[in-house]
Design a protein around this ligand. Structure first.
Ligand code: CO
Length: 134
């Protein structure tokens, strides 16, 4: 069911410093920061030949990554995003398998304007998994 690795998301307290690390020290192609108030994050994408890295910095009081950064003040890998061809079919298959979809269980429009869901880390080897319709 899952296809390509769309991105690895890394939560950071200082996105400018993280972007400079990827641009300067690691020599990668790095996008401009984009504020996504409806998602409570500012994002920067690092383009790699085979996937992307999504840098996430909290934005606003209710950021969904605030708790993660409180537990991981140096930052850390927050989630992996896999592509699926059909998000509704993916939801049906996951629910039938007993996996928990976070939130109300319905796909939402993600950071790239495509439908996404997040799966409970306790059901997926301790990893927060995002599925994005390709
Ligand atoms: Co993501």
């Amino acid at each position: 069911m899952i296809g390509r690795l769309n991105h690895v998301a890394i939560a950071v307290a200082d996105i400018a410093a993280a972007a400079e690390l990827y641009r300067g020290t690691l020599g990668a192609q790095v996008s401009e920061p984009k504020a996504l108030p409806e998602h409570g994050v500012t994002t920067i994408f690092v383009d790699l030949p085979n996937t992307r890295i999504e840098l996430l910095e909290p934005l606003g009081e209710q950021s969904p990554i605030a708790g993660f950064l409180a537990r991981n003040p140096d930052g850390g890998i927050h989630h992996l995003c896999y592509e699926v061809a059909d998000i509704e079919a993916a939801c049906r298959r996951l629910v039938a398998a007993g996996a928990r979809i976070l939130g109300d269980g319905r796909p939402k429009t993600g950071a790239h304007g495509k439908p996404v869901i997040f799966l409970h880390p306790k059901d997926f080897a301790g990893t927060l998994v995002e599925l994005e319709q390709a």
